[in-house]
Design a protein around this ligand. Sequence first.
Ligand code: PGA
Ligand code: ZN
Length: 429
Amino acid sequence: VITKVKARQILDSRGIPTVEVDLHTNKGVFRASSPSGASSGLYEAVELRDGDKGTYLGKGVSRAVNNINEKISEALIGMDPTLQVQIDQAMIDLDKTDKKGELGANALLAVSMAACKAGAAEKEVSLYKHIADLAGRTTFNVPVPAFTVINGGKHAGNNLSIQDIMILPVGALRFEEALQMGSETYHHLKAVITEKYGLYGCNVGEDGGFAPNISSLKEGLDLVKEAIGRTGYNEKIKIAIDIAATEFCIGTKYDLDYKSPNKSGQNFKSGEDMIAMYKELCEAYPIVSIEDPFDKEDWEHSKYFTSLGICQVVGDDLLMSNPKRIERAMQEAACNTLLLKVNQVGTVTEAIEVVKLAKDANWGVVISQRSGESEDSFIADLSVGLSAGQIKAGAPCRGERLVKYNQLLRIEEELGDQALYAGDDWRNC
Ligand code: PGA
Ligand code: ZN
């Protein structure tokens, strides 16, 4: 049984406070911590911050921490940690709001993940197996990683408006090989960038991707294409991009120069222009996935673009992992893949439900990091337990990103012959 729940404030990968929980049971102490995004939307669960400008510039999480130590802890002591649904429901009941704004989704999520780890230990199984049990699954797909290799948008101090360029080693036979392919490409890319832009170009953004001062997506894609060519893996590695277009949508136009200090205003594009650009890029580069190609409220262009069937269309800001928005997107076919960020939902049980919703509709599923990450590797186990098929956890570089990828190596090793690398089936595991 749960004997004690103790929270504290720690720092995330951006050096900003986040919530960490130690959940004690008769089997030991189980630790989890919440991640945090750069942009948070209206429809996602609330990240509770202190707002006291004199302390951590208002970003402290002592209220969320106190809510755990003073309220949640009392409600959970004595509960069986294997009963994830009941634990999560007890916290939701205690919070009483739709968006977990009373106690904070950052508080609920850290406790929920710690309880899940305790539940696995109680059953003496690995975390991913316990998660698979909770979801009623019996097979274990190890996801294709989407490694961020170039950062832009809100995640980097360069002029690139779009947020990430990622590589997907779909042609690997095992995750271990995918990680090697990712790492080698990353280092070849470093050399390509250094040759062109000097060492300055190799500074990295928040997810560990390089942030050379390029201003166009095409320039970034050329660098990545060159790096892939140098590895010799060629068609075994595909490219994905996260446009995060909400960040630069102005009225009905998209300002692709939004970060440029001398912007001319010449680069304003309509939704139709954006579609033409995506078509062209998908022909010229091995792009298989585009995330948030339009503003989060631009349902019309999203629908039209998805109907073209050119590539996977991922809803991140469009969906905010919110079941109502996901249902609408399904009805309208406004995208065809869920990007799940656990802290936008707030509990493990709800994360499992949302993924089920997506899988039942034959959507693809990407289990995703946040730009502000912790040392927690929970999402690695989640991605295998739910056989998501895809994981986005940043570059194959930087500790808070590698904890996820390294955990996937261990899971694959433990599973042995039972491990099925998603590979070419990355969209429908
Ligand atoms: P965020 O970005 O964590 O900063 O919201 C992640 C993403 O857009 O995929
Ligand atoms: Zn995104």
